[in-house]
Design a binder for this molecule. Sequence first.
Ligand code: FE
Ligand code: FE
Ligand code: ZN
Length: 279
Amino acid sequence: MLNIGCHLSSSKGFKNMGKEALSIDANTFQFFSRNPRGSKAKAVDKNDTDALIEILKDNNFAPVLAHAPYTLNACSNDAGLREFAKNTMASDLEIMEYIPGNLYNFHPGSHVGQGVETAIDFITDMLNSILDEKYNTTVLLETMSGKGSEVGSSFEEIRTIIDRVELNHKLGVCLDTCHIYSAGYDIVNDLEGVLEKFDKIIGLERLKAVHLNDSMMPFNSRKDRHEKIGKGTIGLDAVIKFINHPKLCHLPFYLETPNELDGYAAEIKLLRENFNDIK
Ligand code: FE
Ligand code: FE
Ligand code: ZN
């Protein structure tokens, strides 16, 4: 069974995201933990989160993935923005306890002037001050395209962050296919080699989720522009090989392609049709 879903708007609440996922034959989904610009989170309605938990259980959903706001920058050189990042993530992890056992993904951040070493120190300081055994959520670092001064566009940087976090059994990685292709990992012509590298540097057991996107930009462009599945530089064949790879096929896949709900439904259908269930 292919575990696949897409990014859904959280504005209608938790239960309705579950229903919306079912309506497009998804068995997971991603949502923003709060407004993408990072405003205050809404108070949680426990009836609503309990209703979602029922839907997830009854329909054998794969873990759902909350995405931190894009404005969260744990390695900003502005102490106030770092404080905002820390408070936002801590409060998001509290909210995630209403739907325990799921995933929370964030962009490691962008450094401006202070360099990647200091940036990594800021990120690990934040994680060390937030992560706690009481949380039942796996926190994922997303692989980035390397646009501007993004941290996390190399497997080595991700590994360094993980190594410096004390409770790193709470950490995993979310691989974004568009981002790593832009960052110079050739999943079209050398998927085997890329997975070997990932395994050697980070460890495949850390890989917990995939953002499944095609890319508008050429290989190694260090640009971040998602494209519809099969319409970009990665192409349908490579995407189909990716989801069927024996080391990847069990993972949850989340589409972040430029689509409305009907477009997502069509991509999910296409990918289900091209998924070989006998592995
Ligand atoms: Fe992301
Ligand atoms: Fe992504
Ligand atoms: Zn992206």
